[in-house]
Design a protein around this ligand. Structure first.
Ligand SMILES: Nc1ncnc2c1ncn2[C@@H]1O[C@H](COP(=O)(O)OP(=O)(O)OP(=O)(O)O)[C@@H](O)[C@H]1O
Ligand SMILES: [Mg+2]
Length: 484
């Protein structure tokens, strides 16, 4: 049957599939010379560099000399040789795409091969376009895999500004998912406690994705008033409201294929949730005050430190919007669950400050020990602030326990007292609280006294709601509060 594949007439009908970006190397292994030459000829005409052999042993030595990008191998009836080759290849070259060919009716062999790591199969006899489709699929998979491997490697090696620091197994797991996610255009929902790096992850997804040259546009749904969020996201026309002297595109439009980052998406009002859902479903928006609709092309990455699933249960977050945003979710580990990352993160922030100030700062052993033992409710942001504060207060290049914020000092002294209970209490210095700590306590106590009513708390504290939210973030205490 496969002879039809080789006939010159049939060759005229080779479908126009996109040529693989770089010449990929394909090895065809089949004892039947007709199948071999048919497959080789078609693949070569599609732009692959092709080798073929009828012998499993020779296939092994060819692969040792030059690992193929794609292996197309027959599963001979009544023999395990094909399966053995697939298993071996996937063990030695996990990145190689393997397509198996099976005789009609021997589905089991294909199932077995897929279990051993084959990514696709062709059931004989097959037509030219079936062959080109599976090759195309394997090539696309190979390109994505290679890109995501390279990205993983770059993420692993990168230490520069904006790069993510941390080699704990939790972070390695995150990088693996992140590198795959970056290559796609699906919405991503980033979950994690305050200060765990949600925005940094969103920026990394954008920076390593195919639209990195396009804009990355953040919208803080937590601190903007709803009318402002609406006009930011959807745009407005001239005269839509007082002060709208001219029309303005919304971020969903001006992203032009880039990324719109919906930060604190859990804070969106129900009305805005409905409007956003509609925009995402219909891929168009109606600017404020307009009668027309405008098409949008933007990747949506959203983040929240709220438990959105629980909010859906309570009816404060739309279930359909949750599903739409939650196509892929990335859960960022809290810092206390990856303590191994504390020293490299601290070193990273110290290096940055040392570069800025032109003076080298280091941590004393006691300070670092305390940092390792502390629970960091405000995560990496709190660590960054602690290091910055210590550098600002320190009288020399070595940062001591006394230079760290009060909560860390108290933690360190408590640990010290527990280790040496007979020693005199020399915590006198720690009784003097820095202004920032007093402010933090004032905010916490106001919100607790008012049963979580942040608006009222801001009013009584004499600050705006936006300032309150900023301070909550700064002090890394948003998570320890009752929900709005
Ligand atoms: N893995 C990391 N490597 C280096 N810096 C990090 C890392 N994670 C977070 N940071 C830094 O910590 C700070 C807080 O990160 P980011 O703003 O991304 O957190 P977030 O989860 O969005 O916080 P919030 O919930 O408070 O908005 C930033 O300055 C960021 O650069
Ligand atoms: Mg954030």
């Amino acid at each position: 049957m496969l002879e039809t594949v080789v006939s010159s007439r049939a060759m005229e009908f080779i479908p126009q599939v996109a040529e693989p970006p770089a010449k990929l190397y394909l090895l065809v292994v089949d004892a039947d010379p007709a199948v071999r030459s048919a497959c080789s000829e078609i693949a070569a005409s599609l732009g692959y560099a092709v080798d073929s052999t009828g012998d499993m042993g020779q296939a092994r030595s060819l692969l040792r000399g030059h690992a193929a990008d794609i292996l197309l191998v027959n599963m001979p009836y009544g023999s395990n040789q094909g399966l053995e080759l697939v298993s071996e290849v996937k063990l030695l070259y996990p990145g190689m795409s393997v397509i198996v060919m099976t005789a009609s009716g021997t589905v089991n062999a294909a199932v077995e091969a897929m279990r051993c790591g084959a990514s696709d199969y062709l059931s004989k006899p097959f037509a030219i376009d079936e062959l080109s489709t599976v090759l195309d699929r394997a090539a696309a998979g190979h390109v994505t895999d290679t890109a995501s491997r390279q990205l993983r490697e770059r993420l692993r090696l990168s230490q520069g500004l904006g790069a993510m620091i941390g080699r704990s197994s939790e972070m390695e797991k995150l990088y693996r998912i992140l590198s795959k996610v970056a290559q796609s255009s699906h919405p991503v929902l980033i979950l994690g406690e305050s200060g765990t790096g949600k925005e940094l992850v969103a920026r990394t997804i954008h920076a390593y994705g195919p639209s990195a040259q396009k804009p990355f546009l953040p919208v803080d749904c937590g601190s903007l008033v709803p009318t402002l969020i609406e006009s930011e996201l959807f745009g407005y026309v001239k005269g839509a409201f007082t002060g709208a002297n001219r029309s303005k595109d919304g971020l969903l439009v001006s992203a032009e294929g880039g990324t719109v980052f919906l930060d604190e998406v859990g804070e969106l009002s129900l009305d805005l949730q409905t409007k956003l859902l509609r925009a995402l479903q219909e891929r168009e928006v109606r600017p404020v005050g307009a009668t027309h609709r405008v098409p949008i092309k933007a990747r949506i990455v959203a983040a929240t430190n709220r438990d959105l699933a629980a909010m859906v249960e309570k009816g404060t977050f739309r279930k359909d919007l949750f599903y739409r945003l939650n196509v892929v979710n990335l859960r960022l580990p809290s810092l206390r669950d990856r303590r191994d990352d504390i020293p490299p993160l601290a070193a990273h922030f110290l290096d940055r400050i040392s570069r800025d100030r032109g003076a080298k700062f280091t941590l004393s052993n006691e300070a670092l020990r305390t940092m390792m033992a502390y629970d960091w409710p405000g995560n990496v942001r709190e660590l960054e602030n602690a290091v910055e504060r210590a550098c600002a207060l320190s009288s020399g290049p070595v940062l001591h326990l006394g230079d760290l914020p009060t909560q860390l000092q108290q933690h360190g002294l408590a640990a010290h007292r527990a280790a040496a209970p007979g020693e005199a209490d020399n915590a006198g210095q720690a009784q003097v609280k820095p202004l920032a700590e007093l402010e933090r306590e004032a905010i916490l106590s106001a919100i607790r006294t008012l049963n979580g009513d942040k608006l009222q708390a801001a009013r009584l504290l004499g600050i705006g709601k936006t300032t309150l939210y900023r301070k909550l973030k700064e002090y890394g205490i948003a998570d320890s509060l009752p929900e709005d």
